[in-house]
Design a protein around this ligand. Structure first.
Ligand code: UDP
Length: 424
């Protein structure tokens, strides 16, 4: 039984399919990795020990690694020592759960006070751990299959029924559900029949020490980019859902409309392949060739935070053309660097971008609309930049962490209450 009404002493974070030690921006590593690394580090700073469980994808990985003081990453042996497609992971959940339970069994009873699962695969593991350990289960979905399937990009593969069923089970079982936005909270309640009393909304944050405004000129010089060009950038995993192709089409449209001089336009694509459809590393390069803009497009591999901050600063605007986003960390990071964001008017991007103030929201993906919005954002960069910085300041990982700890404490109360009702 849970023994506390104070913050927990030690939390087990479950992240089956991707590790917070991986470089985000390619494959399965993205915003969730950043979320876990940032909040776990801050929880440890607040005196909560955190252990993150993730699948060992290589025999070279140590069983335990330190992410930050007070934060351990445990590599659980579940299936072959190689990356597996997400669709293959449900078959490894039994082995993964066994590894998690074994770790706890090797310690004193009541080692973990709470389990927090990220993404539905981890939720399945958390469900069992919660029952075995007698501690609350907090779950963050990050994305939801039903929402994703309703906004599929052309050529994208629908999320399988297995996931929808598994997700529903986790929603039904969790003692607390943490949503990134009010909209996601609403999706959980309306599309998954979640108990509203168990759902809390906690905004993701941004590292305001790393993503700071700075000189555009210096950033361009550091990246070897022309000082006087109009530069638009896409940052993130290259997959149909993120739709980086929309930026290429919009760039071609800008040239067709003669709104930018060909010698003065640069498009940056930062990130690596992920998922289906556009996963072929060359798919976007091929598109650039077909559009006749290959000489204007520069591809950069996934970059760590400090280099990414330079990309944000160097750009006139960052394009986030996703078909859906539960939030969109890239949008907030760019704005924290003082760069306006042009994003699709969907999902969490409506929270991440203050339309007309910190950037522009575009309904749909028409090249003409995107070209127009990009040109407008570049023209009004100075004004939007002020709005962008102000908007980003409202988000911080410290705030996210404090809210999460509040959700943990609330989950413990609910858990205790429900268990005592069952017992009486
Ligand atoms: N990212 C990175 N390097 C890259 C590209 C992306 O570190 O080259 C990080 C980026 O800083 C952001 C995260 O990956 O924190 C992507 O999060 P977002 O919410 O935008 O998208 P997701 O990957 O969760 O779909």
């Amino acid at each position: 039984m849970t023994r506390w009404l104070r913050p927990p002493r030690r939390v087990a974070l479950l992240s089956v399919h991707t590790s917070p030690l991986e470089q985000p921006g390619t494959g399965d590593a993205g915003g969730m990795n950043v979320y876990i690394a940032q909040t776990a580090t801050r929880m440890a700073e607040r005196g909560i020990e955190v252990e993150v469980f993730t699948r060992a994808t290589s025999s070279e990985l140590p069983p335990v690694a330190e992410l930050a003081p007070g934060v351990l990453v445990r590599h659980v042996h579940a299936g072959p020592y190689e990356p597996l497609d997400r669709s293959e992971l449900p078959a490894q959940l039994c082995a993964f759960t066994a590894g998690v339970l074994q770790t706890e069994a090797n310690n004193e009873p009541g080692f973990y006070d709470l389990v927090h699962s990220h993404y539905w695969l981890s939720g399945q593991v958390g469900w069992l751990a919660r029952d075995r350990w007698g501690v609350p289960l907090v779950h963050t979905a990050h994305t939801l299959a039903r929402v994703k399937n309703a906004a599929l990009a052309e050529g994208d593969t629908p999320e399988p029924r297995t996931r929808e069923i598994g997700e529903q089970q986790v929603v039904d079982q969790a003692d607390s559900l943490v949503a990134n936005t009010e909209m996601e909270a609403n999706d959980l309640i309306c599309q998954y029949d979640a108990d509203p009393a168990k759902v809390s909304t906690v905004s993701p944050g941004v590292d305001l020490r790393q993503f700071t405004p700075g000189s555009q000129r210096d950033a361009r010089a550091a990246l070897g980019l022309p000082r006087d060009a109009t530069i638009f950038a896409f940052v993130g995993r290259i997959q149909p859902l993120k739709a980086p192709d929309v930026l290429l089409h919009a760039a071609a449209e800008l040239l067709a409309q003669c709104r930018v001089d060909r010698s003065k336009l640069v498009v940056l694509i930062v990130g690596g392949p992920s998922g289906t459809g556009l996963e072929q590393p060359r798919a976007l390069q091929d598109l650039a060739v077909r559009l006749g803009i290959e000489d204007l497009v520069r591809f950069m591999p996934p970059l760590p935070g400090p280099a990414l901050a330079k990309v944000y600063r160097a750009a006139d605007a960052i394009a986030v053309p996703s078909h859906n986003e539960s939030f969109g960390l890239v949008a907030i990071e760019a704005q924290a660097c003082g760069t306006p964001v042009v994003a699709t008017d969907v999902g969490g991007l409506r929270v991440a971008v203050n339309d007309g103030v910190s950037g522009l929201l575009v309904p749909g993906h028409s090249s003409v609309d995107w070209a127009h919005a990009l040109a407008r954002s570049a023209e009004s960069r100075e004004k939007l930049s002020v709005g962008a910085r102000n908007h980003a300041r409202a988000f911080s990982w410290d705030h996210t962490t404090d809210e999460l700890i509040g959700a943990y404490m609330q989950a413990a109360v609910t858990f205790r209450k429900e268990r005592s009702e069952v017992a009486s």
